[in-house]
Design a protein around this ligand. Structure first.
Ligand SMILES: Cc1cc2nc3c(=O)[nH]c(=O)nc-3n(C[C@H](O)[C@H](O)[C@H](O)COP(=O)(O)OP(=O)(O)OC[C@H]3O[C@@H](n4cnc5c(N)ncnc54)[C@H](O)[C@@H]3O)c2cc1C
Length: 1003
């Protein structure tokens, strides 16, 4: 665009901006008028971030607090966390507040009432009648509306059905009422004629409980099935439907559903539809172009509600957590400037993309008005949209300028509305918010109307990657990205074409075929033999030990840096073969896509992390004094036998083996029979990385046959095992024998089972707790050592939790693991299937079964067991005590937190555990008293990351130290001390000139 045109836009923008400012009253309580919130709380929260966090957390928890005592308790606890940041009067008030009695009741009433009133500021009502009343008031003020249905997160199919029903009722009920009202010219007509009066906004994720961008086809199928009747009814009543936009991960699938369904013959010529597009997204302009071209092809325009985006904090946190690129702009001015670019694009293409400007920012509004003038858009061909309860004076100013303003009017119950309310509050109180700058901070108009592009030299938030030398976790694949989905599909095809290949064992670099071969079947489909692995015999095991022993001295004396480099090369190769390795796991071990991908990422992490750890440990610790040098250093133990499980087929095998190798111990890998093909792939990787032949051996075979040969061998120095308690104990016993000729005591590192519990507190966020428990219990069919097998639920919330958990579990799709929509895959093999089914049958005789999934024909196809939930389980029953290693969950009721902790701690295991609670005091209590290796607060209890959450338990859960943690490698090492007298005939070199200890081994 020519400079002169830009200058003209700028001049007009400023003029419009000043005009709007002139029409508003910036004095007085504009955003939230009621005194309590406005004058005290909002002011308070804006003054201090810590107070804001506590205040909003309290508001979020409030709907679940049933008694005045519990409201007062939470108030006290939340604000105690803010501590000295609170003003004196508040601290004093909270200190004096009794635990019960009339003052407590009064305070509880006040808090609830004010929160409710605050919610009502942003939420138009709790039912259709109240919403109709609110809308009629809007219309009296010449304001149009779009109505949105608030609700809990949709985590069950029953909830998705309920949403659909409510939307249908809404369209029907609203249309009946509103269409009978007299027309208002400003809002009911545009340049082409009458506009729909009823306008609803829909969030697609509310229409399918398993909405997942990893499975766009399945998601689209289920969403469209519920969406079409809504669209049909809307069209019939001439109502308008807008698709809201949610988090970035959902964007592509939302856009594709929008285009797919509106290209169908039935809806192709329907103009009364729109979609929200977020200008804070870096790829927003590309999407607008794509939408414009699609609308042209369709032959009928659609509306675009241009917003900046409501999930900025969420997007930045999620990307930082996963080490993914940040999808949003990181400086506010960039979002504002992009909003203006996109506004111009919409106004230039208004026939295909009808502009609806969703903003309260007077500069953004003024810019849109200026461009619309300059581009000579017909009157009424675009509109402005704002949120209920926000910037009312701006709305009035725009109406007075003859603009159509539509109010986004959410309605729904207070409880589910809280998440929405908190989002609005965060937005209003954010330092970056235009409304805050304008109304609260009263910044000068000129500053508020500045062209955002003039900030181009300002630096944004610092999202720079960490220092290269520092360990960072390998990011998991973002399957909302099409390129990753395609890469995974391609890998699955490629791997499937290699089914049935033979994998000989490898000793000292020699591939050895054995007389018998072990078939490794696909647990999702027994017909498929993924591969045939050699079955090692006693002689093979003995040969491997002999070769490893032979290789030990040279490997021990190889500098630690070289051994670490070897691991880094291994990591690089796995990165290159990322999707292929995941695909093998999907087929051989029944791991759903995300689980397989995370397993490969973890294997990479182990290599990188242990490489860095070995470098750290390779520096001798010096303690020199005049005339005496002392060095403390480590050296390897000797031949290591690695006996690995099938449930993390690459990560655990690679983790234990790479720890042995990098510390200087030759390793013999004995993988589980069920995952020997994946282990063969790891062996490939090790070989490609250039590891000396005698240092690594691949010895698949029957555990009972060669396991004891290896464990009892006198030349074996250490055994690293992960697996079941019984096998672990028997290895420990076998290794404790010291046969004649053995000159050392063997070291056993064993990570064993768990009977992990999640406590659900009475004030838990149910959306999170139900999702967290279901995911921890059933993802990978409950076959993670960290899986949740007991939910200990506090009485007040028990029935509500159980009902929702059952529905959420019913909504999980049991499917073959290669299906991207798979929620629960198969268990590992027929034996496991039979064992789990038998356990369920036994338990059914005495325990109430709250849910049993019907898996239909899958039972004949593979080793599937659907999720099962037993309710009202006694904490001492076998169901609550014994490890099952399958998708079976015991739900146990507890009267209070004290009893919940007693139950949670009341098994022989101590691996993982969790709590969902919103009480800071209860969380602190659980942290102190729930004695497990890995404790998780308000999240699922699976998915530990190397370095961030070193993993491992105690009691009967393990005699090893935490994998992926700073103590792990020490188990593979022996410490030594060398002391040298440096005094000769009465003189000694000064300490810093002393000879450096020759501790070549180990560094
Ligand atoms: C009618 C209507 C419907 C809406 N529907 C949706 C929807 O479907 N989906 C959705 O996501 N949002 C939606 N929103 C919310 C919208 O995205 C904004 O959050 C809200 O309107 C505030 O933006 P603003 O222009 O009014 O205010 P401003 O104060 O000018 O802008 C605030 C916005 O700037 C962005 N921002 C803040 N800090 C930064 C930073 N450091 N770097 C980069 N950008 C930053 C964020 O998007 C933030 O919300 C809707 C808003 C309206 C009015």
């Amino acid at each position: 665009m020519a400079d002169a045109r830009f200058a003209e836009i700028e001049t007009r923008t400023r003029a419009y901006g000043r005009e709007i400012f002139a029409r508003l009253n910036r004095q007085g309580p504009l955003l939230f008028s009621p005194a309590w919130i406005d004058d005290q709380m909002m002011g308070l929260s804006m003054a201090d971030d810590a107070v804001k966090v506590q205040l909003f957390r309290f508001i979020d928890a409030l709907p679940l607090l049933k008694t005045p005592e519990s409201i007062a308790k939470h108030l006290r606890e939340y604000f105690a966390e803010a501590g000295s940041r609170l003003p004196g009067w508040m601290r004093l008030g909270l200190r004096l507040l009794p635990e019960s009695g009339p003052a407590t009741k009064a305070l509880a009433w006040l808090a609830t009432n004010n929160a409710r009133r605050l919610a009502r500021k942003f939420i138009a009502g709790s039912n259709v009648a109240e919403a109709v009343e609110a809308i009629s008031q809007l219309r009296q003020n010449n304001l149009a509306f779009t109505i949105d249905l608030l609700g809990e997160a949709t985590i069950t199919e029953a909830e998705a059905d309920a949403y659909q029903r409510q939307y249908l009722e809404l369209v029907e009920g609203m249309s009946r009422e509103v269409n009978a009202w007299p027309a208002i010219d400003l809002i009911d007509h545009d340049h082409c004629g009458p506009l729909p009066r009823v306008n609803v906004s829909v969030k697609l994720s509310s229409l399918y409980s398993q909405f997942d961008p990893m499975d766009p086809a399945g998601t689209s199928r289920s969403v469209c099935a519920r969406l079409r009747p809504i669209l049909r009814l809307a069209r019939q009543h001439r109502a308008f439907v807008n698709f809201d936009m949610e988090q970035h991960a959902f964007k592509d699938v939302t856009l594709s559903i929008f285009q797919e369904v509106l290209s169908e013959a039935e809806f192709r010529d329907w103009p009364d539809v729109g979609i929200a597009i977020q200008a804070y997204l870096v790829d927003c302009e590309r999407d607008l172009l794509m939408l414009r071209d699609w609308a042209r092809q369709r032959g009928n325009g659609v509306w675009v509600r241009l917003v900046k985006g409501a999930y900025w904090d969420y997007e930045t946190v999620i990307s930082a957590q996963n080490d993914w690129p940040v999808p949003v702009f990181t400086s506010k001015w960039q979002s504002d400037a992009n909003y203006e670019r996109c506004s111009r694009f919409l106004l230039e293409n208004f026939r295909e993309l009808r502009p609806a400007f969703g903003t309260h920012n007077i500069r953004s509004i003024a810019h849109a008005l200026a461009c619309a003038d300059l581009f000579a858009l017909p009157e009424g061909s675009y509109e402005f949209q704002m949120l209920c309860g926000m910037a009312d004076p701006v709305k009035d100013a725009l109406v007075s300028l003859g603009q159509r303003v539509r109010i986004y009017t959410p309605y729904g119950q207070l409880l589910p509305g809280m998440a929405y309310l908190v989002r609005r509050l965060l937005e209003n109180t954010s330092n970056e918010s235009f409304l805050r700058a304008s109304f609260k901070d009263q910044k000068p108009e000129d500053q508020l109307l500045m062209n955002p592009a003039s900030h181009a030299n300002d630096s944004g938030h610092d999202f720079a990657p960490r220092h290269a030398a520092e360990f960072t976790n390998e990011p998991v694949s973002d399957f909302s990205r099409e390129e990753n989905r395609r890469a995974m599909q391609d890998a699955l095809h490629q791997v499937a074409s290699q089914f049935g290949w033979q994998y000989p064992l490898i000793v000292n670099g020699q591939e050895i075929a054995t007389p018998s071969w072990l078939d490794s079947n696909n647990p999702s489909n027994w017909q498929q033999i993924v591969g045939k692995c050699a079955s090692a015999r006693r002689a093979d095991a003995e040969a491997a030990v002999a070769e490893a022993r032979e290789a030990f001295p040279a490997w021990r004396d190889t500098p630690a840096v070289e051994r670490a480099d070897f691991l880094r090369r291994t990591a690089a190769i796995m990165r290159r073969r990322r999707f292929e390795l995941s695909a093998w796991e999907v087929f051989e071990c029944g791991k759903p896509w995300r689980e397989a991908d995370a397993d490969v990422a973890e294997a990479i992490d182990f290599c990188e992390y242990y490489a860095a750890e070995m470098i750290r440990l390779s520096h001798p610790i010096k303690h020199d004094v005049p005339g005496e040098d002392n060095a403390y250093f480590y050296e390897p133990r000797g031949v290591a036998v690695i006996i690995a499980p099938w449930n993390f087929p690459l990560a655990i095998l690679c983790g234990m083996t790479s720890a042995a190798l990098v510390t200087g111990n030759p390793a013999i890998m004995k993988p589980a029979e069920q995952s020997s093909v994946v282990a063969a792939k790891l062996m490939d990787v090790f070989r490609e990385a250039g590891l000396p032949k005698g240092v690594i051996h691949y010895l698949p075979g029957v555990g009972e046959e060669i396991g004891p040969v290896l464990v009892e061998h006198p030349d074996v120095a250490l055994v690293a095992f992960t697996g079941s308690l019984n096998v672990g104990l028997s290895i420990s016993r076998q290794a404790a024998n010291t046969p004649k000729g053995q000159d050392h005591i063997k070291r056993v590192i064993a990570e064993l089972g768990g009977k992990n519990a999640i406590i659900v507190d009475a004030d838990a966020d149910l959306d999170e707790a139900v999702k967290g428990v279901a995911e921890s219990a059933f993802v990978y069919a409950g076959q993670k050592c960290s899986a949740c097998s007991r939910a200990v639920v506090l009485e007040p919330i028990y029935d509500q939790f159980l009902a929702r958990l059952v529905e959420a579990t019913r909504s999980l799709k049991v499917a073959p693991a290669d299906d991207p929509g798979c929620g629960v895959g198969p268990v590992i093999d027929r034996d496991a299937q039979q064992r789990i089914v038998a356990t369920i049958e036994r338990a059914r005789q005495d325990l109430p079964l709250a849910y049993a999934a019907d898996i239909g024909v899958l039972a004949q196809q593979g080793s599937f067991v659907g999720p099962h939930i037993f309710a009202g389980v006694s904490p001492t029953s076998p169901m609550a005590q014994e490890e099952i290693f399958g998708p079976v969950l015991a739900v146990i009721k507890a009267h209070d937190l004290e009893q919940a902790l007693e139950i949670a701690n009341g098994t022989n295991y101590a691996l993982t555990g969790g709590v969902f609670s919103r009480s800071p005091v209860n969380i602190a209590e659980v942290k102190r008293r729930f004695r497990v290796g890995n404790l998780y607060i308000n999240r699922k209890i699976t998915g530990a990351l190397v370095d961030r959450q070193p993993f491992g338990g105690f009691k009967l859960s393990g005699i090893g130290s935490k994998a992926g943690g700073p103590d792990y490698l020490l188990q593979f090492l022996l410490p030594r001390t060398i002391t040298e007298n440096t005094m000769r005939r009465g003189f000694a070199p000064m300490a810093d000139q002393s000879t450096v200890v020759d501790a070549k081994a180990g560094h």
